[in-house]
Design a protein around this ligand. Structure first.
Ligand code: UDP
Ligand code: MG
Length: 338
């Protein structure tokens, strides 16, 4: 068997209402491209009928459909990661299951790749998100670009195309907390962006709350840069310098004017401000350390319950292993067994 030219990877989490509409638009759009393709759905532990619907779809189009079923919710980026591990296309396009990215625009990404780019991001022509997502993303984009030097005009848009080289590089990473577009970007030789359409969510609700967006952005900042820590050291140095000058000022003032008792509350205000900064610094350190901790535990990043694929199309040379087996290093256990 030959590998398809295109793999489309789609994470699915509680999308039962929108999946049929997705199939109805996705498959015709891909058929129209007139290239060999496969669609890899990753069910991220949905608690609704999504898994059953994906099964049905697999039975309808087993030739071009593969379904990876997680046995829990491991998050969108882990789902995409699993999709990458299970896809075989020469190029890979990631897409949201909620039809916010029109599948008909896939050809725009591929056309850009034909020009020699190995990574094609996308910019939403007109975002159909709520206003606070809009404002929040713009602010985050600016901050992220400063901190991580990763230039993505529209980081929130998952509709992206990657070349096989990049997919292989991403697959070799064992990061627990990651942000796929940024990770892939850091491997890209010649990235580019195109403008694509954006629509309202077809059905259901966004799976991201403000809280999970903040978490995601912490992953992005800490996962790709040490700059936040360096900023903190800088701030610490500035404040020490300032307090040194202040101390000298107080000594001189005491010698000239004499002892003083006023200014107590100013001192409090100053103290609280500095305590706030110190706590934030500890929290920031914690973000890094927590991630180091998660990483060194070597737990499986996700667990695959089953992979639905056409038996005839299974790659003979690479036996399908769940990542659980891959990530636990045997050396950890060898002492115990001996
Ligand atoms: N998703 C997922 N696991 C999660 C959350 C989301 O696989 O824990 C999928 C979801 O099914 C969708 C995509 O990730 O296909 C984007 O999610 P959503 O549309 O809720 O995010 P938004 O468009 O609001 O950023
Ligand atoms: Mg969405």
């Amino acid at each position: 068997m030959t590998n398809p030219q295109l793999s489309v990877v789609i994470p699915v989490y509680n999308e039962e209402q929108g999946l049929q509409a997705l199939f109805d638009r996705l498959y015709p759009a891909l058929d129209k491209l007139a290239i060999s393709y496969e669609v890899v759905f990753v069910n991220d532990g949905s608690r609704d009928r999504s898994a059953a619907i994906l099964r049905e779809q697999f039975q309808k189009r087993p030739d071009v459909t593969r379904v990876v079923l997680f046995n829990g919710n491991f998050g969108q980026h882990m789902a995409i990661m699993a999709g990458f591990e299970h896809c075989r296309g020469q190029r890979v396009v990631t897409l949201d299951a909620d039809l916010q990215n029109p599948p008909e625009d896939t050809h725009l990404l591929l056309a850009k790749m034909d020009e020699g780019h190995d990574y094609v991001g996308s910019i939403r022509r007109q975002r159909s998100d709520s206003w606070w997502r809009h404002v929040a993303s713009r602010a985050m984009n600016g901050l992220r670009e400063k901190i991580t030097r990763i230039k993505m005009t529209d980081q929130g848009c998952m509709f992206r195309a990657y070349d096989r080289n990049i997919i292989d590089a991403v697959n070799s990473c064992q990061e627990v907390n990651t942000f796929i577009p940024a990770l892939a970007y850091s491997f890209a030789r010649n990235p580019a962006e195109v403008v694509v359409g954006h629509e309202e969510r077809a059905a259901g609700e966004s799976k991201y709350s403000l809280y999970s967006l903040i978490r995601l952005n912490f992953d992005l900042m800490t996962g790709f840069s040490l700059v936040p820590l360096q900023w903190f050291s800088m701030a610490g140095m500035l404040i020490s310098l300032f307090s040194g000058v202040f101390f000298v000022f107080l000594v001189v003032r005491r010698l000239i004017i004499g002892p003083e008792a006023e200014g107590l509350f100013t001192l409090f205000a100053l103290m609280f401000f500095l305590i706030g900064i110190a706590l934030f610094g500890i929290g920031l350190l914690g973000e890094y350390i927590g991630r180091i901790y998660q990483q060194v535990r070597h737990r499986p990043r996700y667990l695959v319950e089953a992979v639905l694929e056409d038996a005839a199309k299974t790659k003979p040379k690479r036996a399908k292993k769940s990542v659980a087996e891959e990530t636990i290093t045997p050396s950890l256990f060898s002492d115990v067994q001996e």
